[in-house]
Design a protein around this ligand. Structure first.
Ligand code: F6P
Length: 549
């Protein structure tokens, strides 16, 4: 039912009624009433297990949420995405990151053309190039094998490659050190240039548009730095590009033979599967990169074919809707219990918040409910010693996604058991909390006087009943990482469909870009003292005083 207002959907109304009762439920009670709650509310696919039993929901909640998904036409919208319909309506584009992980020999015709052979032609180019760099056959201008790779890009042209290279650190070629420069703040590039030898460094200029100010500025500065030590004809051995803009790549001076193209139907934040993933292919090798794509493809097939009731991204997405639109949770914390996933929360911030941080529907009407929560987080156990205090005892209920690998990629004794124990303990603590009576018993056992117990009691009680999901994988490897990212991509899609928004444009980033251009001209040239509001004029004037000293 393509409803104009989500709140008018019958299932949404039924969920409002249901919530009146559900908001009082205690998860401790739900667990004591259902000893098989883990079996009922967990699902395993594509190398991932999702335990969603520690949530404030029951079968009826899920049934109503599935009904809501059907009333929002999730199944037909899912088909529209996979088949290449132009669901990004404000940019008149298809959304086909899933085509990037289709196996060779598959077929997907868009605008009269099968895109799969093109995808695999680029993959073949990536394979040939990454094989040559990794084997040492591709050398720098003095004949040395490449030792350092610097990816220059921002947003989707940085976060995906950087996050995945970090996540798969144990698989990285021992000769190669990967660097990522994204910020226009020169401290970023400067710090990397200070570390890398120009004669054995390969720069990848990654930009879908090849016009992004930050990336172009960093690319030009890297180019000038290189030319201080080497000659112009040496550039092609040290600079390659990933882009959709051949002309701009050529005029930068990069040999278009060494340009890795992709297509307008790949959104920036969905592009790690395209040539934007070149740093990952270089780092872990093409075979590993293929496993990464295959892991995502396994999740695609699951998302595409499993009934909603047994569909991991659908379940994860709908649980998010339950907390955002009924409990009013305004943020979602991501807690990977894996140091190598340290960038995963930042990656999900772009994926989720740039996709679903929207206030109008795809039809341009104001949305009738809240949309994307703030996504944030850090690795466990570090977060436990920082912000988990608020998660346990603060005034807001913040759902948490725990992510862990059951096997470690190191053999340091004991560490991994302590890590996993902490991960499981935190979700248990969020769910159970600690009652006043439990605190009293514990303190009495420590011989603490009753008076002191009563004064400390309010501080030591944990309300509990705080929800979380736990996602487990056997080990963090290319295929499980691929499946994990695809899980969250499809979760984002599911939520965008429920909210009725276009998850695939990002007009909200434009205004600041335009204003920055004007201000840049004023900072470096003539100031227009009245061009802005009083605050901005004041800041520009004050900056100019320091800049002129
Ligand atoms: O400004 C936002 C954005 O357009 C992102 O969506 C994108 O990932 C990033 O900038 C980088 O864009 P490009 O790859 O074109 O340089």
């Amino acid at each position: 039912m393509p409803q104009s207002n989500l709140t008018d959907a019958p299932a949404f109304q039924a969920l409002i009624q249901h919530f009146a009762e559900a908001k009082e439920w205690q998860m401790r009670t739900l667990f004591s009433q259902q000893s098989d709650r883990f079996n009922r509310f967990s699902i395993e696919t594509a190398g991932l297990l999702l335990d969603y039993s520690k949530n404030r929901l029951n079968e009826k909640t899920m049934d109503l949420l599935f009904q809501l998904a059907r009333e929002c036409d999730l199944e037909s919208k899912r088909s529209a995405m996979f088949s290449g319909e132009k669901i990004n309506t404000t940019e008149n584009r298809a959304v086909l990151h899933t085509a990037l992980r289709l196996p060779r020999g598959a077929s997907l015709v868009v605008d009269g053309q099968d895109v799969v052979p093109e995808v695999h032609a680029v993959l073949d180019h990536i394979k040939a190039f990454s094989d040559r760099v990794r084997s040492g056959q591709w050398t720098g201008c003095t004949g040395q094998a490449i030792t350092d790779i610097v990816n220059i890009g921002i947003g989707g042209s940085d976060l995906g490659p950087e996050m995945t290279c970090r996540a798969l650190r144990p698989f990285v070629h021992p000769r190669l050190t990967m660097h990522f420069v994204s910020n226009v703040d020169g401290h970023d590039l400067d710090a990397v240039l200070a570390k890398v030898p120009s004669e054995s460094t390969l720069f990848i200029i990654a930009s879908k548009t090849f016009t992004t100010r930050e990336t172009m500025m960093n690319a030009q500065s890297a180019r000038s730095w290189f030319l201080q030590a080497h000659a112009e004809p040496d550039l092609p051995r040290h600079f390659v590009a990933v882009s959709t803009n051949t002309e701009a790549v050529r005029s930068f001076g990069i040999d278009t033979e060494n340009m890795f193209p992709f297509w307008d139907w790949v959104g920036g934040r969905y592009s790690v599967w395209s040539a934007i993933g070149l740093p990952l292919a270089l780092a872990i090798g093409f075979e590993g990169f293929s496993e990464f794509l295959a892991g995502a493809h396994a999740m695609d097939q699951h998302f595409q074919t499993a009934p909603l009731e047994k569909n991991m991204p659908v379940i994860l997405g709908l649980i998010g809707i339950w907390y955002r639109n009924f409990f009013g949770s305004s943020s979602l914390s991501i807690a990977p219990y894996h140091q190598d996933l340290s960038q995963f929360p930042a990656y999900l911030q772009q994926l989720d918040m740039e996709s679903n941080g929207k206030r109008v529907t795809a039809a341009g009407q104001p949305v009738s409910t809240a949309t994307c929560p703030i996504v944030w987080g850090d690795v466990g156990t570090n977060g436990q010693h920082a912000y988990f205090q608020l998660l346990h005892q603060g005034t807001d209920v913040t759902p948490v996604d725990f992510i862990a690998a059951l096997k470690a990629a190191h053999d340091l004794e004991g560490h991994h058991m302590v890590l996993l124990a902490n991960c499981f303990a935190q979700s248990e603590a969020f769910m159970r909390g600690k009652t006043a009576e439990e605190v009293r018993v514990e303190m009495r056992a420590q011989q603490i006087p009753d008076e002191k117990i009563e004064s400390l009691l309010p501080h030591r009680v944990f309300p509990g009943n705080r929800p979380s999901n736990t996602i487990l994988m056997d080990k963090l490897a290319p295929s499980t990482l691929g499946a994990l990212i695809a899980l969250y991509e499809h979760k984002t899609f599911v939520q965008g469909v429920i909210w009725g928004i276009n998850s695939f444009d990002q007009w909200g980033v434009e205004l600041g870009k335009v204003l920055a251009k004007n201000i840049e001209a004023e900072l470096t040239g003539a100031a227009h003292p009245d061009a802005h509001d009083g605050s901005t004029n004041g800041l520009i004037a004050r900056a100019k005083i320091s800049l002129s000293e």
